[in-house]
Ligand binder design. Structure first.
Ligand code: HEM
Length: 164
């Protein structure tokens, strides 16, 4: 299904086909390399996200007024969220063969962000782009176009959970 948003952007919300065993193993191996460096990678992703999309800082009381990238990098709240994001993705990747678990993790994250933190769903889409951008730069050998596309589909599931 394709939905056209108000600004004319076409949003691909089609249900992805189930992963084959081969794809699952490939994603888990690729992610394993990323997760070995989870602290550095997570912080690099979030700093890029908050520097390039400053309005996304509004949800974080401790660094919403910080503009300098080096200062952002030191923020304890940013570093904590980076770890949480990386750990949540790790749980998803470890459980790719358990769709109930994947759905329950996505639902928990989606509910907390929508209801408690009041984060608009669009920020998840933006963050997913930044994740793929940073991983593509840092791990060109593991982020193939195919893996990138699957990553996008995972995030679009999260986005769909958030808006439903
Ligand atoms: C892949 C995407 C994301 C994942 C997996 C994720 C995960 C988490 C987790 C596990 C927590 C802690 C539990 C909770 O309070 O819900 C959290 C907290 C939070 N998240 Fe996210 N998050 C994501 C994206 C975002 C985005 C895009 C924003 C806003 C732009 C955001 C804003 C927040 C805020 C404000 C908190 C509370 C921070 C605090 O209390 O210090 N998150 N997130």
């Amino acid at each position: 299904m394709e939905r056209t948003q108000g600004d004319g952007e076409v949003d691909h919300l089609e249900r992805p086909s189930p992963l084959t065993d081969k794809e699952r193993v490939m994603i888990q191996a690729s992610w394993g390399k990323v997760y070995q460096n989870c602290d550095d990678v997570g912080v690099a992703i979030l700093v890029r996200f908050f520097v390039n999309f400053p309005s996304s800082k509004q949800f974080f009381n401790q660094f919403k007024h910080i503009e300098d990238a080096e200062e952002l990098e030191k923020s304890a709240q940013l570093r904590k969220h980076a770890r949480r994001v990386m750990n949540a993705i790790n749980t998803l990747v470890e459980n790719l063969d358990n769709s109930d678990k994947v759905a329950s993790v996505l639902k928990l994250v989606a509910k907390a962000h929508a209801l408690q933190h009041k984060v608009e769903p669009v920020y998840f889409k933006i963050l997913s782009g930044v994740i793929l951008e940073v991983l593509g730069e840092e791990f060109p050998e593991v982020i193939t176009p195919e893996a990138g596309m699957r990553g996008n589909l995972l995030i679009s599931r999260l986005h769909r959970t958030l808006i439903s």
